[in-house]
Design a protein. Structure first.
Length: 323
């Protein structure tokens, strides 16, 4: 029996969930005028669902914000009921008011739903703030009915790389050191593995990149604040950013992105913010789903199916030995 006194310490949580909730609470009142990124990814999510030839009567919109995705999901043929939930009570209230679908405040890390409750769980740009993403995926899979679908997008990859670099360089130049300013993002290469570890069948992960133009660096920062997407890294600096650091970061970000914009021939210089969108899709296991054959279980030869002549390894078609 292991001694709990000698158990390794738990890894520190990367995100301050209370700060994530506070940022969304603050953003709720003006989110509708600053949700262009969420509207774009929401439309892409619904487009992906169109490729799935089946109905999803009972749907969970996980991380619903103000209900834009919930409205689209509710309008889909075959939908009977959409449940919305968000970490922010203000967002949940706004979603309920916007589309009339039931909404509640709930944490993605502690879902309050019974097993096998939903035919579809959809999540639009929310799960990148979860500390235990593998654990959250397990809960999502358990909340799905057998052969239910999970479809989500989250920020990842090199999202806001220019802003990240600008703040790091500015803090080093002005203050002699750097603190975490932009969320540590997941990589698309890990997406399929995370889904498989969580018990999903037929896991798929892929990447989109969306570029959004802002008049300048300060407008980009204000836009992130209005979306509720400002810094919630647990190790972030808790004091206000120095004015000199902020202006230096804005100068560096603006200079780099403006030069790129001008080189692209887009006329007046703008800051182009890059958002890498990781897409995750997986199914709750069900016996009806297709499964790969076990090694050696094939009933025919590939060469026969292709009407080709099979040659031993290391032998050329003319019969001579290969390298």
């Amino acid at each position: 029996m292991s001694d709990a006194r000698h158990a390794p310490p738990a890894a520190p949580a990367p995100f301050d969930r209370a700060a994530v909730r506070a940022h969304r609470e603050r953003a709720a009142s003006a989110f509708g005028g600053n949700d262009h990124l969420f509207r774009e990814t929401g439309e892409r999510l619904v487009d992906r669902l169109t490729d799935v030839q089946r109905d999803f009567p009972t749907v969970l919109d996980l991380g619903c914000h103000l209900g834009g995705l919930g409205r689209r999901l509710n309008d889909r043929p075959g939908t009977v009921r959409v449940i919305q939930c968000d970490l922010s009570p203000a967002m949940a209230r706004g979603a309920r008011a916007a589309n009339g679908c039931p909404a509640l405040a709930a944490d993605e890390e502690a879902l309050p739903f019974a097993r096998a409750s939903f035919d579809l769980v959809a999540s639009n740009l929310s799960l990148h703030w979860v500390n235990d993403l593998p654990g959250a995926l397990v809960q999502i899979r358990e909340a799905l009915k057998p052969d239910g679908l999970f479809l989500a997008c989250l920020l990842g990859g090199a999202t806001l790389g220019a802003l990240r670099s600008a703040f790091m360089e500015a803090e080093i130049a002005v203050e002699g050191g750097a603190s975490p300013r932009v969320s540590p993002f997941a990589d698309v290469r890990d997406g399929g593995d995370l889904l498989a570890r969580a018990g999903f069948a037929l896991p798929v992960a892929d990447l989109d990149t969306i570029r959004a133009a802002y008049p300048g660096p300060l407008e980009l920062m204000a836009g992130l604040r209005a979306m509720g997407e400002t810094n919630a890294v647990a190790e972030r600096r808790k004091t206000f950013t120095r004015r000199a650091t902020l202006l230096e970061a804005a100068r560096r970000c603006g200079a780099g992105e403006a030069a790129r914009s001008a080189a692209d021939g887009q006329g007046e210089s703008q800051v182009l913010a890059g958002f890498d969108i990781i897409w995750l899709a997986g199914w709750a296991p069900d016996p009806s789903q297709p499964r790969p054959l076990a090694p050696g279980a094939a009933r025919g030869r590939l060469a026969d199916a292709l009407k080709a002549v099979e040659h031993p390894a290391g032998v050329r078609p003319d019969g001579t030995a290969g390298d």
